[in-house]
Design a protein around this ligand. Structure first.
Ligand code: XMP
Length: 507
């Protein structure tokens, strides 16, 4: 990877957003903990200091001496990052008399300064700080103000050091992209040539180097992350990559066969394992959702491990871990970043080296890489699907008959969403089989059958979600079709709960 911006993370909620914005400028960046600056990396062209939940004068706050970094690279401090620069150079930061949150308007701007090139007074900026810089060090010059915040931005005279007390990375800062572009492209000299093709080229070369002639095993889930990781690795090492796709019997209707077919068309070397009977046996009479999850998680690891051991001389376990999976949070002591494994427990059990080629990418970047690799659109835009599959959508115990009912109903709903052009407008959709029987009437007969709930949500990250406002006509059609065609169901409801307080899945 040539040319990168390093973002030092002081724990702000918007640090990832800074990363997104920099990547949108076709510039590669990495977010690292505030005290883990990769000093030996020859590709760094500039450094951004993030915000923080702390005050610089707080004893517990995350601090690092910025001087050696600023001596080598252009630096932009954002909010806490700006306050840290001022404070470390002898300025004063204090609790603001009135907390400065939300929308503010730039009243004065020095647009001869490189950071504010082409940015005029009147632009909206987003403030979010309880502290403010009250005294600037001598050579720090104010280059932008709002009515309430005199020092909205500063530049250290004669040095490539800037600070802004507002957040250019948030959507509401109308000049944010321009400002970040001024920093990243004009000041740091990014060529703006980072894109999916460049990523593939450099990653495939790096994987060839890293893996050489070694054998690699990867667990496929049918989801976009593991699929893109597999195609990328196979580009580098061909059939030295073996993929294992375990069918626990709780996938969508015909999904195992379809996904296997897709994978083969992509030229992947895939072993499909139908372990559904084993899983059904383990899950017999189990009602508790957490037990179901544990049984399936452990079962998956056992089957995968067993199959992988049939292969010879495997050295690496590859995973489709992506960036948001890795960075969960900076611990309060600031020393550890919690890591997350896509397939919980596998790396520990298998004692193989880990290969995670998507570990620096956001979800939409993974999709862009998938498209650039020529993968079919339906694999790339597939909705998220929980690892335990339909097990957490059958409330109560699981039987093959209940799985059949749910698969049929789910298939009608998902096909309908596609046919009506609604599939890509929702984040995720599925059907829940309720442990409820109710009375109905079909023809002249009284029925006493199951009820299902349709669930479709809009979201950007699954952390929060709203129920999708699907057209009544569509819901009516799906309801009719399910009741007419799926034996065992006589009632369809639509879940109109948001997350929070509900969750996306019912279990
Ligand atoms: P909830 O139900 O917590 O779901 O709002 C948030 C997202 O996570 C998915 N999900 C899971 N994914 N294993 C998974 O791999 C699980 O046990 C699991 N439970 C929920 C869910 O489908 C949604 O995308």
């Amino acid at each position: 990877m040539s040319q990168k911006i390093v973002i030092l993370d002081f724990g702000s909620q918007t640090t990832q957003l800074i990363g997104r914005r920099v990547r949108e400028l076709n510039t590669y960046c990495e977010i690292v903990p505030y005290n883990k600056f990769p000093a030996d990396d020859p590709d760094i062209i500039g450094v951004i200091l993030s915000g923080s939940p702390f005050s610089v004068y707080d004893e517990k706050s995350f601090k690092v001496d910025v001087a050696p970094i600023a001596a080598r690279y252009p630096v932009l401090g954002i909010c806490y990052g700006a306050q840290l620069l001022a404070w470390q150079n002898g300025g004063v930061v204090e609790s603001a008399p009135s907390r400065e949150y939300g929308r503010a308007i730039l009243s004065e701007v020095n647009d001869t300064d490189a950071l504010f090139h082409d940015i005029n007074p009147g632009e909206t900026v987003w403030m979010s700080h309880g502290d403010t810089i009250t005294v600037l060090p001598e050579n720090f010059k104010i280059i932008a103000s709002t009515d309430d915040v005199k020092c909205a931005a500063f530049h250290v005279e004669g040095r490539d050091i800037w600070g802004v007390q507002f957040h250019p990375e948030v959507f509401h800062s109308t000049c944010g992209t321009r400002l970040l572009s001024n920093f990243v492209k004009d000041i740091c000299g990014s060529k703006g040539d980072w894109n999916a093709d460049a990523y593939i080229e450099t990653t495939v070369a790096a994987l060839k180097q890293q893996l050489g002639n070694d054998k690699v095993v990867l667990g496929l889930s049918g989801g976009v992350d593991s699929s893109v990781a597999a195609v990328l690795i196979s580009r580098a090492i061909g059939d030295n990559l073996t993929c294992i796709f375990v069918d626990h019997g709780l996938l969508r209707k015909d999904e195992f066969a379809q996904v296997m077919n897709d994978y083969r068309c992509l030229g992947l070397n895939v072993i499909g394992v139908d372990a559904s009977e084993e899983f059904f046996a383990e899950l017999k009479d189990v009602k508790d959702p957490e037990r179901k999850r544990k049984i399936i998680g452990k079962g998956f690891i056992d089957v995968f491990d067993r199959e992988a051991h049939k292969l010879k001389d495997v050295k690496w376990l590859a995973q489709g871990t992506i960036y948001p999976d890795r960075i969960e949070s900076l611990s309060i002591t600031g020393t550890t970043i919690k890591s997350h494994h896509n397939v919980g427990g596998l790396p520990e059990k298998m004692n193989l080296s880990l290969c995670e080629p998507l570990q620096w990418l956001f979800k939409d970047e993974v999709r862009a890489v998938g498209r650039a690799l020529g993968m079919p659109e339906h694999l790339i835009t597939r909705h998220p699907f929980p690892g335990p599959g339909l097990a957490v959508r059958i409330l109560g115990d699981i039987t093959p008959e209940k799985v059949r009912i749910l698969q049929e109903a789910d298939d009608i709903f998902i096909r309908g969403l596609r046919e009506w052009g609604l599939y890509d407008q929702v984040w995720q959709a599925g059907v829940i089989l309720l442990p409820v029987q109710s009375v109905g009437v079909m023809g002249d007969e009284r029925t006493y059958e199951s009820a299902v709930a349709l669930r479709a949500v809009t979201s950007t990250d699954a952390m929060t979600a709203d129920w999708a406002h699907l057209p009544y006509e569509f819901l009516a059609k799906v309801s009719n079709e399910i009741i007419n065609k799926v034996r065992g169901v006589n009632r369809v409801t639509y879940d109109i709960s948001s997350k929070p307080p509900a969750t996306i899945e019912w279990e």
